[in-house]
Design a protein around this ligand. Structure first.
Ligand SMILES: NC(=O)c1ccc[n+]([C@@H]2O[C@H](COP(=O)([O-])OP(=O)(O)OC[C@H]3O[C@@H](n4cnc5c(N)ncnc54)[C@H](OP(=O)(O)O)[C@@H]3O)[C@@H](O)[C@H]2O)c1
Length: 318
């Protein structure tokens, strides 16, 4: 399918492609040539937004080399840096003991980069010092190491506090929320807690974990580690797969493309971040762009009854 390009939306002032590629369990499951091909093709398919994280802390103490491998493949690809968006990640698990500056510097060095366009500040278990987070991220912005930032699955009160702290001090606040969002898991992205921030444009939405690590793309639970199961609803999500596959067939796309189209049809979605470990997956997933452009509201209607997290809190307090 040749997809018409969707108009680009903005995320922190950046016009971003509608599709974004994750780095968790992806580049380290590809051979180097495949990674180069994937990066080049991503740029052609409106997926030239790359999430680049150093997985070395807290629940992600995996010490994966995926970010290093991405950097090597990016350099080998010859892709123009100005054509892509690079998004870094800062962890709160051991912050401020491991400062944002130290984390970002290490992350840039590992991937062989000089700057991220934006970054995501991850989730937390202990109460975060939000005003200090805002100040610390802004030091990195002031030094030109990153252009802006967003939050990942934060509780709504902390997100609002960050926006308020930035507004009252003239600093740069978070411009987007990376939330778990997909056909079955909608509570946070569509609920009343984050809703007003999306509808008034205070935040853009970046959908992530959209296939539940692959479950909603294949109907199979991967053996590798996948994202957290907020609310303990994975069995229910797995059971929804046959219906998702049936609806996808009706639209003439794969379940994965349907899942991305569903997220893109949310008015606040700036882009959809997914993992792809093979080129064929990226090619298939790109069909979501044509689908949402031509039949976005039909997609939403066809999937209306498939939410699995109605009882899960929408404010991020898991
Ligand atoms: N906000 C959060 O809570 C959260 C949680 C998890 C991840 N993330 C972020 O989101 C990014 C993506 O998450 P993720 O990779 O863990 O999960 P995901 O995007 O839900 O799933 C990715 C997996 O789905 C499968 N897949 C993709 N396209 C497919 C297709 N067309 N056909 C069949 N299978 C397909 C692949 O599995 P195989 O490789 O096994 O084929 C792929 O690795 C991560 O890199 C991370 O940055 C955020």
């Amino acid at each position: 399918m040749t997809a018409p390009a969707l108009p680009r939306k903005t995320l922190g002032g950046l016009a971003v492609p509608p599709l974004a590629l994750g780095s968790w369990n992806t580049w380290d499951r590809m051979d180097p040539d495949s990674a180069v091909t994937m990066i080049r093709r991503a740029v052609e398919l409106d997926a030239g937004f790359f999430d680049v994280a150093h997985y070395n802390m807290g629940p992600h103490a995996e010490n994966s080399r995926t970010d290093i491998l991405f950097g090597e493949a990016l350099r080998a690809s010859g892709v123009d840096r100005a054509e892509i968006v690079l998004c870094g990640k800062l962890w709160l698990w051991d912050w401020p003991n491991q400062s944002f500056r130290a984390q970002l510097t290490e992350s840039l060095e590992r991937a062989g980069l000089d700057r991220f366009d934006t970054l995501v500040v991850g989730d937390y278990m202990a109460e975060p010092d939000v005003a200090r987070i805002v100040a610390d991220v802004n030091e990195l912005i002031a030094d030109g190491l990153v252009g802006g930032w967003g939050i990942n699955n934060w509780r709504i009160g902390h997100t609002r506090a960050a926006l308020d702290a930035a507004a009252s001090t003239g600093l740069v606040g978070p411009s987007f929320a990376q939330l778990k969002y997909g056909i079955a898991r909608r509570a946070m992205a569509e609920g009343a807690a984050y809703g007003p921030l999306f509808s008034d444009g205070a935040l853009a939405l970046q959908a992530s974990d959209v296939f539940e690590g692959g479950i909603l793309a294949t109907g199979l639970a991967p053996q590798r580690k996948i994202g957290a199961d907020v609310g303990g609803i994975r069995e229910r999500i797995l059971a929804l797969y046959p219906e998702v596959a049936r609806v996808a067939a009706g639209f003439g796309v794969t379940p994965a493309a349907l899942g991305i189209a569903f997220c893109l049809a949310h008015p606040a979605t700036a882009n959809v971040l997914f993992g792809a470990s093979r080129l064929a997956q990226l090619e298939q997933n790109h069909a979501a762009l044509a689908l949402v452009a031509e039949r976005g509201s039909e997609v939403r209607e066809a999937l209306a009854g498939l939410q699995a997290d109605v009882e899960v809190k929408d404010d991020g307090s898991w």
